[in-house]
Design a binder for this molecule. Structure first.
Ligand code: BG6
Length: 482
């Protein structure tokens, strides 16, 4: 499937002077321009409270591209891209600013033939979502051809997610709504679909008969990086587990969709999420890194978790009895997102005299980032007399297998939203089910343990996974994957 340029449209970025726009959205739009994947006719309208004019926005965009873009600034691309940029300064409920937006959109229709095609990107704190939706409705900008992209977190509980959907639906229908989860824009996450469903070897073992347990880890070495205002209320569960991790889980555990089409996909994802038992707080370990409470904007008695580990059970035919362990934390030893699928141990009848505890399990490691790739660990005979076993691996590595660089998640997702493709976006029922799954752990938080920065989190998380071991933790120092 090759991507094509979407239909002409106006792209409006609310929160255009903010961090997300600077680091992700503007560079992604520019990279789409480099790849020829922006519409043939388009304009980008920045909207935020800063007292900027068009030229100041262009300067800002230029420096954001110079600092954060995957592709270098190239005058041939930059010039027309810069010409497409304009800026509206004002609060999101300011009638005068909204009036200017209405005029700018009318120009886009008249001058660029946008035919009321619009993409509204809400790169703003969640508190501002309802105001923007209301403002867009008030100027009639919610045309049938308009689409609205909502950043996570989508609510902070089941009830608030439902209320937010209801507010959005006062102006936009569900097919116009694109709830973004940037993990689904990652190549390695999308590759789960091809890895599982375009190869016959894995399907045979992708079930309770062969799989012993699964581990999903999102380790980050960074801390909250000046985002305490948001993070204090979110914590690791709301910030990552409820969304990115459950979405990755859904791709990993769902049944094959009947076709490569958005609703078929989203139906299967929701179906497997419905089979996940809401997480029992007894199956959760929460941690906070030492020093978190001293960070700017953090309550000195904060109970917010910066680490969470949880055990998930999936009550369906395929996965009954197979634990899925999830682990995420900040200030861990490294940035590493990976999935480890452990198969059942082989019987050791032939090798009993080696007096091994057990024959190490075959396991697949899917390296989502960095060092993207997949490896399969298995036993081999160590050369020499007798039979000594050694774990070796077969390896697929993106760097070695493909020549082109991996696109940034936001590029793919922005393109798909402009093109109206919902496959990689979360549907209302999917978001709500994900909230249901974490509700018990939010309502009855497990005790909070402290951990040293640069460690793998509280030792209680090792107890949670017993009799197994966390995959990344047990890796010998300096070795990249086993
Ligand atoms: C964001 C979270 O959604 O994802 C951040 O709010 C987190 O706290 C980030 O650091 C991780 O994204 P990535 O793509 O760097 O793994």
């Amino acid at each position: 499937m090759t991507l094509r340029p979407p239909n002409p449209q106006a792209i409006v970025v609310f929160g255009a002077s903010g961090d997300l726009a600077k680091k992700k959205i503007i560079p992604a739009l520019y990279n789409l321009a480099v790849a020829g994947l922006l519409p043939e006719h388009y304009c980008v309208i920045g909207f935020s409270m800063d007292d900027w004019n068009d030229d100041m926005f262009r300067e800002h965009a230029k420096s954001s591209i110079e600092t954060y873009s995957r592709m270098p600034l190239d005058d041939h691309v930059w010039k027309p891209f810069a010409d497409s940029l304009s800026f509206i300064s004002g609060t999101f409920d300011d009638d005068a600013a909204l009036g200017r937006l209405r005029d700018a959109l009318a120009h886009a229709d008249d001058d660029l033939g946008c035919n009321e095609g619009r993409l509204y990107y809400l790169a703003v704190p969640p508190g501002a979502f309802p105001t923007i939706v209301k403002g867009l409705g008030s100027i009639g900008a919610n045309t049938p051809n308009a689409r609205i992209v909502i950043e996570k977190p989508f609510g902070d509980s089941l009830d608030s997610a439902k209320a937010l959907s209801a507010e959005i639906h006062t102006a936009f229908t569900e097919p116009q709504v694109f709830r973004i989860d940037h993990y689904l824009g990652k190549e390695t996450v999308q590759n789960l679909v091809v890895f599982r469903f375009a190869n016959s070897i894995w399907e045979r073992v992708w079930n309770r008969d062969a799989v012993d347990h699964v581990q999903i880890t999102v380790a980050e070495s960074i801390g909250v990086e000046g985002r305490a205002g948001y993070y204090e209320r979110a914590g690791a569960t709301r910030d990552l587990l409820q969304n990115h991790m459950l979405q990755v889980f859904a791709f990993l555990a769902m049944e094959p969709p009947r076709e490569l089409e958005a609703e078929a996909f989203r139906d299967e994802k929701v179906k497997v999420l419905r089979a996940v038992r809401p997480i029992d707080p007894a199956d959760v370990v929460r941690g906070q890194y030492d020093g978190y409470r001293q960070e700017d904007g953090v309550d000195p008695k904060s109970q917010t978790e910066t680490f969470v580990a949880a055990k998930l059970w999936v009550d369906n035919w395929r996965w009954d009895g197979v634990p899925f362990y999830m682990r995420h934390g900040k200030k861990l030893p490294e940035r590493n997102t990976e999935i480890a699928v452990y198969l059942r141990q082989a019987p050791d009848v032939l090798f009993r005299e080696l007096e091994l505890d057990h024959i190490p399990s075959n396991h697949l490691t899917i390296r989502v980032q960095p060092d993207e790739g997949i490896s399969l660990a298995f036993q081999a005979k160590m050369p020499g007399p007798g039979y000594e076993l050694q774990t070796v691996r077969m390896d697929f590595d993106y760097d070695r297998s493909f020549t082109h660089a991996l696109a940034e998640a936001y590029e793919r997702l922005l393109h798909d939203a402009m093109d109206g493709d919902h496959t990689l976006f979360t549907r209302e029922d999917g978001v709500e089910r994900a909230w249901e799954i974490v509700t018990p752990m939010l309502e009855r938080p497990s005790p909070l343990f402290f951990y040293k920065q640069g460690s793998w989190g509280p030792s209680q998380s090792d107890d949670l996974i017993e009799p197994h071991h966390w995959h990344l933790r047990t890796r010998p120092a300096g070795v990249h994957h086993t």
